[in-house]
Design a protein around this ligand. Structure first.
Ligand code: GLY
Ligand code: MN
Ligand code: MN
Length: 436
């Protein structure tokens, strides 16, 4: 991502905060795995969105109208020994030179410098309650200023949620963001295709996971957007199954929900296919029903409709189909009203997608479902899950779990699927798996 993009975001944030106020946001902490080994570092999405700065122990302050510079970055000073052991870090000079901070200070001096920046400000925008250390520090700084009130300084009077402002910005993806999301989607799609081609009866779920990882990493994308779900047979009915440890049997379906991150932007794809490369009759019937539900949901997507319409369309198709196949009994309208479909379809149609797989942004505004607008990206992922011990349905349906998930951009005239490169029709899946 180019610096110009981060600069644009900061400019918009400054405008929304307004002069006389300040926003502060801290980096993610480095997480220890054990002793002196850390988990791979993942910057806080909000912090990265505004700074493009990928180091722990940093804090950014945005102070519209500050004469000496509106964007201040606190970070680690450059340390030669640290550079030798752990690699490059920007240091104070790098923060201004490469990350375009107007001013930079050592993070170790935060307590001495930041209170001065809070003096005489009206509102402090910050991620309230997200980081208890920052919560405490901020209150300490404010109290420190209060104690000096006799010398004429005033402490900020209001604490405001920064997320409210920032997450509304993140909900709408710019062309630069979409470039990254498309790449994450393309590489993830290739990984799914590779997994389908590699899958054979007798393999273990983790062996198929290895095929996904191979494709991600050889493209230079080393962070998954979430732990990959590789769930054979009845494991697919456990929505967040990530053990990926069981053997794949020839008569089972395999559900894979996996996506990679590209420069902090996620893809999120699910496909379900037969381990043997050929669907059985009951598998075909349930699979086609989920695919039809996805098509009905997608058909709804366009600017001006409420977020919930796609979900409702999927519920209509699935409930009607479940009655036709005999898994539900009764009148479709009543079954929907009584939410009987929830025994087999217990999640919603999808979620916002962006830097976080379950991305930020409100789904409702003042209790009304949000209206879709161009630039929003969401997943469309209906599913059916029939528990293995579900005695009220015919045996042939038991232990089948199916989800089909694509990433969808709302466009001016409708929608664009970012993840179309993985086959999903029964014919296309069978053709791919049988080497067609
Ligand atoms: N992979 C998580 C989800 O589909 O929501
Ligand atoms: Mn999803
Ligand atoms: Mn998913």
């Amino acid at each position: 991502m180019k610096q110009a993009e981060f600069k644009k975001r900061r400019a918009l944030l400054m405008k929304r905060i307004g002069k006389g106020n300040i926003a502060i946001i801290a980096s993610a902490a480095q997480q220890t795995r054990n002793r002196d080994v850390h988990y791979p570092y993942r910057q806080d999405s909000d912090f990265y969105y505004l700074t493009g700065f990928n180091e722990a122990e940093s804090l950014a302050a945005f102070i519209p109208g500050r004469e000496q510079g509106e964007y201040v970055l606190f970070c680690r000073e450059f340390d030669e020994k640290k550079a030798l052991w752990e690699g490059a870090h920007a240091g104070l000079e790098g923060a201004t030179l490469h990350y375009e901070a107007d001013d930079s200070f050592p993070i170790d001096d935060l307590d001495d410098i930041l209170p001065g920046m809070l003096e005489n400000k009206g509102k402090v925008f910050y991620p309230m309650g997200k980081d208890s250390e920052l919560d405490h520090k901020l209150l300490d700084w404010i109290n420190h200023i209060r104690k000096q009130s006799r010398s004429g300084v005033t402490a900020p009077g209001e604490l405001v949620s920064l997320e409210h402002v920032l997450h509304e910005m993140r909900l709408f993806k710019s062309p630069e963001e979409l470039k990254l999301m498309r790449r994450a989607a393309e590489v993830s799609a290739r990984a799914h295709v590779r997994a389908m081609q590699a899958c054979r009866p007798g393999m273990y779920e983790y062996e198929v996971e290895a095929e996904l990882i191979h494709e991600f990493i050889r493209d230079g994308l080393r962070a998954v957007a979430y732990p990959s779900i590789v769930a054979g047979g009845k494991n697919a009915c456990v929505l967040h199954y990530i053990e990926n440890k069981d053997k794949l049997h020839k008569d089972d379906l395999l559900l894979i929900d996996a996506g990679v991150e590209c420069d902090h932007y996620a893809a999120d794809i699910t496909r379900t296919f037969p381990v043997s490369g050929k669907f059985s009759e009951p598998q075909k019937l349930l699979y086609q029903l989920v695919l039809d539900a996805q098509a009905a949901a997608l058909e709804q997507i366009q600017p001006g409709i409420t977020w919930n319409k796609a979900h409702e369309a999927s519920v209509d198709v699935l409930t009607k189909g479940l009655v036709e196949l005999g898994l539900l009994k009764g009148r479709v309208k009543k079954l929907i009203k009584d939410e009987k479909y929830k025994q087999f379809y217990m999640h919603r149609i999808g979620h916002w997608l962006g830097m976080d797989v379950h991305d930020v942004g409100d789904y409702k505004i003042k209790d009304e479902w949000r209206i879709l607008e161009p630039g929003m990206v969401l997943t469309v992922e209906p599913g059916l899950y029939v528990p293995a011990d579900c005695e009220k349905v015919d045996k042939q349906w038991r232990g089948i779990g199916i989800r089909i998930e694509d990433d969808v951009l709302v466009t001016k005239n409708g929608y664009e699927i970012l993840t179309h490169a993985v086959p999903k029709s029964i014919a296309d899946i069978e053709a791919l798996m049988q080497g067609g």
